[in-house]
Design a protein around this ligand. Structure first.
Ligand code: ATP
Length: 347
C-alpha cells in the first residue's frame, strides 16, 4: 500500500524549462521522505506540484488512492510548513495555530482543545498570548508546526523549514520535528539542500540533480552505496574521495597503488570512490599518501593530501598520527566504490 504515488510526474515551466524530469516513486503510509539536492535541482518544484501550488505538466499524482492532479490545494488534505513560517504578525500564537480551523466551521471548543493539544506537544503553553515578533526563531518554527498539526492532515509537506535558524537551533529542531513526526505517524515529505538533515531525518532519501532523480534509498544505502558519482560527492562532509583509476589484471589501481584486488569491472579507466573515514593509518599498509594539511577538530582530525598526485581527504580519530608528509595507510574492507569513468554510474 502506498500513500503518495508519483507516476512519470513532470514539470515544464512556461518558458519551456524542464524543472522536473519524469519522476516515479511511491511513499508508504507514515514514511518520512526527504528530497535533497543542490539549489535549482527541482526539489521545491516537485513538492509544490504535490501540494497543488504548481500545475503538473505530465504524469499522475495520487494521494491516498485518488488522482489529485487537478484538485485544489485545500482539498488535498495536506499541511505545509514553509521556510518563512508564514505566520500572521498581528495574531497571537493561539490564533495563529487555530487559524486554519476557523474557516472550516469547526466549533470553538474543539478548536481550543486542538490548539491546547498542539501547544502542549510543542512546548508553547507559555507563549500562547504572544505575537510572532515576541518569539525566537525556533518558537516561530514551532508555531508553524502547530498550525500544521491541528489540521490533522494526511500528509505533511516541509519546504526547507529550518533554513532560517542558526546551526545549533537547526540541530535541535530537526530532532524535535523527527520525534514529532514519529509520534504522530503522519506521512511526510521534506525538502532540504542540507545533506545532514537528509541523513538524520529521513526513512528514505530521494537525491535530485538537474531535475532528475539520481537515487532513492535509506540513508545508509545512499551513503555506503551511492548510485552515481554525483550522489557520492553530494552526501558526506567531506564528501567521498573520487579518484581517476584503472582496472588492470582484475585489480583496481590508482597510480601505482592497488586499492582493490578483485575488482568487478572490465579493464580500462574507472572512477574510484573512497570515503574519508575508510582510510586508516597503518604503518604496514599498502598505500602511501602525502599529507599537506592537518585540520584539528577536537574529537577527530581531517588530513588533506594526495594519493598518486590526486587530491583526497582522510578522517581519522584524535589518536591517529597527524603530521604532514608521508602517511602509510590501509583501506577498511569494502571501502572502495567503483564508478563508470564516463557516465559516473556505479559499477
Ligand atoms: P532551491 O534549493 O534553490 O530552492 P530547488 O531545487 O528547490 O532549489 P526549484 O525551485 O524547484 O529548485 O527550481 C528548479 C529549477 O526551475 C531552477 O532552475 C529554477 O530556476 C527553475 N524555475 C523555478 N521556477 C520557475 C518558473 N516559474 N519559470 C521557469 N523556471 C523556473
Amino acid at each position: 500500500m502506498s500513500h503518495v504515488t508519483l507516476t512519470a510526474l513532470r514539470k515544464v515551466y512556461a518558458n519551456g524549462f524542464e524543472a522536473v524530469k519524469p519522476a516515479s516513486y511511491a511513499i508508504t503510509p507514515g514514511e518520512f521522505v526527504v528530497l535533497v539536492g543542490p539549489s535549482g535541482c527541482g526539489k521545491s518544484t516537485m513538492l509544490r506540484m504535490i501540494a497543488g501550488l504548481e500545475d503538473i505538466s505530465d504524469g499522475t499524482l495520487e494521494i491516498a488512492g485518488r488522482v489529485v492532479n487537478t484538485l485544489d490545494p485545500a482539498d488535498r488534505d495536506i499541511a505545509m510548513v514553509f521556510q518563512n513560517y508564514a505566520l500572521y504578525p498581528h495574531m497571537t500564537v493561539r490564533k495563529n495555530i487555530g487559524y486554519g480551523l476557523q474557516n472550516r466551521k469547526i466549533p470553538k471548543d474543539v478548536i481550543a482543545a486542538k490548539v491546547a493539544e498542539a501547544s502542549a506537544l510543542l512546548n508553547l503553553d507559555d507563549y500562547l498570548d504572544r505575537k510572532p515578533s515576541q518569539l525566537s526563531g525556533g518558537q516561530r518554527q514551532r508555531v508553524a508546526m502547530g498550525r500544521a498539526i491541528v489540521r490533522d492532515p494526511a500528509l505533511f509537506l516541509f519546504d526547507e523549514p529550518l533554513s532560517n535558524l542558526d546551526a545549533k537551533l537547526r540541530n535541535q529542531m530537526r530532532i524535535e520535528i523527527k520525534a514529532l513526526q514519529r509520534r504522530l505517524g503522519v506521512t511526510s515529505i521534506y525538502v532540504t539542500h542540507d545533506q545532514v538533515e537528509a541523513m538524520t531525518m529521513a526513512d528514505r532519501i530521494i537525491v535530485m540533480n538537474a531535475g532528475r532523480i539520481e537515487q532513492i534509498g535509506a540513508p545508509a544505502e545512499i551513503y555506503h552505496t551511492p548510485a552515481t558519482t554525483f550522489v557520492a560527492s553530494f552526501m558526506g562532509a567531506p564528501p567521498m574521495n573520487l579518484l581517476d583509476g584503472q582496472i588492470a589484471g582484475g585489480a583496481a589501481r590508482v597510480g601505482d597503488h592497488t586499492v582493490m584486488t578483485d575488482a568487478p569491472a572490465a579493464p580500462g579507466p574507472v572512477t574510484v570512490g573512497i570515503r574519508p573515514e575508510d582510510i586508516v593509518a597503518d604503518p604496514n599498509g599498502p598505500l602511501t599518501l602525502d599529507i599537506a594539511i592537518v585540520e584539528e577538530l577536537g574529537a577527530h582530525r581531517l588530513l588533506h593530501g594526495t594519493l598518486a598526485g590526486q587530491q583526497l581527504s582522510v578522517h581519522v580519530g584524535k589518536d591517529s598520527p597527524a603530521t604532514t608528509g608521508p602517511f602509510r595507510a590501509a583501506l577498511k574492507p569494502g571501502a572502495v566504490s567503483l564508478f563508470d569513468a564516463g557516465t559516473g554510474e556505479r559499477l
